[in-house]
Design a binder for this molecule. Structure first.
Ligand SMILES: [Zn+2]
Length: 332
């Protein structure tokens, strides 16, 4: 059949018809909300580079988690900012760090929430790199970093985290973390590996949020080069072999092709991190009156899901959930 018998526009004629034939549906089940936790009590400070996002002390983070849970979002991922930084990122595995405290509070008050934690040294090291740095040469010491990452993941798991998510891009970290957790009897704690994490300019606003800009050099010796797709698939395959339960691509929007290829090759759950730069650009464009915030936000998130993501880590989570709760009010 061809035009004029065939007319594609028949099924786009009304809102209800479009809703009936919609292929991909975004729900609050797909969303993970990132939180930045700081030491202290009753602290809530806006993050300049990320509109409507805050640095939160553990008690304030719990309040936000309750709102998030009531909106139907089942999961958060925690990033910590420590009191002190040093060359080895010692505070990353302190029992009473803000991340560890927040995990315990959430697990006491909202036990069914899936608590994920970012596992990386860059917020905790004075040099701002994701691994241990050799003072003399400025080279990252991959294998020495693994033990520290294992300790950090263990401290999160002991506090009650459901999922630990290594984002450092050191070789061998997933196996090291799995071994450490299993040796401690924490066999049920899952690993979400930031497997295809690209050295991206889209992380700009996050570095202010996490106070994690490297003091010298850049992250190009461990994060991936943006042009490389086949290498991304190798990274993913290795992390799966090492024991990752879920794998991630980061950033999301500029790397949807990677997500599509991952979906074709791998059957485990895929995550995509809709990063700070993607969020900040859209907010800035909406504030300038150039773009419809709600529509562009949902279009972005549904595109990430269409490409193959099962879960989406996004600063839009709260606004997206509110929009989705308006029921049939939003139809593409
Ligand atoms: Zn890092």
């Amino acid at each position: 059949m061809q035009f004029p018998e065939l007319r594609m526009r028949r099924l786009r004629r009304t809102k209800t018809m479009r809703r009936l034939v919609q292929e991909v549906v975004l729900t609050t089940n797909d969303l993970v909300y990132p939180l930045f936790v700081i030491p202290g009590h009753m602290q809530k400070h806006p993050i300049g580079s990320l509109k409507n996002q805050f640095h939160l002390s553990p008690d304030e983070a719990l309040t936000v988690c309750k709102q998030v849970w009531d909106l139907g979002i089942g999961s958060v991922i925690l990033f910590g900012l420590p009191e002190h930084k040093d060359s080895m990122g010692t505070d990353s595995h302190s029992t009473n760090g803000p991340v560890q405290q927040t995990i315990r509070l959430i697990k006491q008050q909202i036990p069914d929430m899936v608590v994920m934690t970012d596992v990386c040294l860059c917020q905790y090291t004075d040099h701002g790199h994701c691994g241990v740095l050799s003072e003399q040469s400025g080279v990252i010491r991959n294998d020495e970093s693994l033990a520290l990452l294992g300790q950090m993941a263990l401290s999160h798991a002991e506090a009650g985290a459901d999922v630990v998510a290594p984002s450092d891009m050191m070789d061998g970290r997933v196996a090291a973390i799995r071994d450490t957790l299993d040796d401690a009897g924490l066999t049920d704690v899952a690993i979400l590996a930031y497997s295809a994490k690209f050295a991206s300019a889209y992380y700009g606003p996050f570095r202010e949020a996490a106070h994690s800009a490297p003091q010298s050099g850049d992250r190009k010796t461990y994060q991936m080069a943006p042009p490389n797709a086949r290498e991304a698939l190798r990274e993913v395959a290795l992390d799966i072999q090492e024991g990752a339960d879920m794998v991630m691509v980061k950033p999301a929007m500029p790397y949807l092709d990677i997500l599509v290829r991952m979906r074709q090759e791998f059957d485990l759950p895929l995550a995509a991190y809709n990063v700070s730069g993607e969020y900040a650009m859209l907010c800035a464009a909406a504030d300038a009156g150039l773009i419809d915030y709600r529509q562009a936000m949902l279009e972005s998130l549904v595109a990430i899901k269409r490409a193959g993501a099962d879960l989406i880590l996004t600063y839009f989570a709260i606004d997206a959930a509110k929009t989705l709760h308006q029921g049939g009010a939003f139809v593409f």
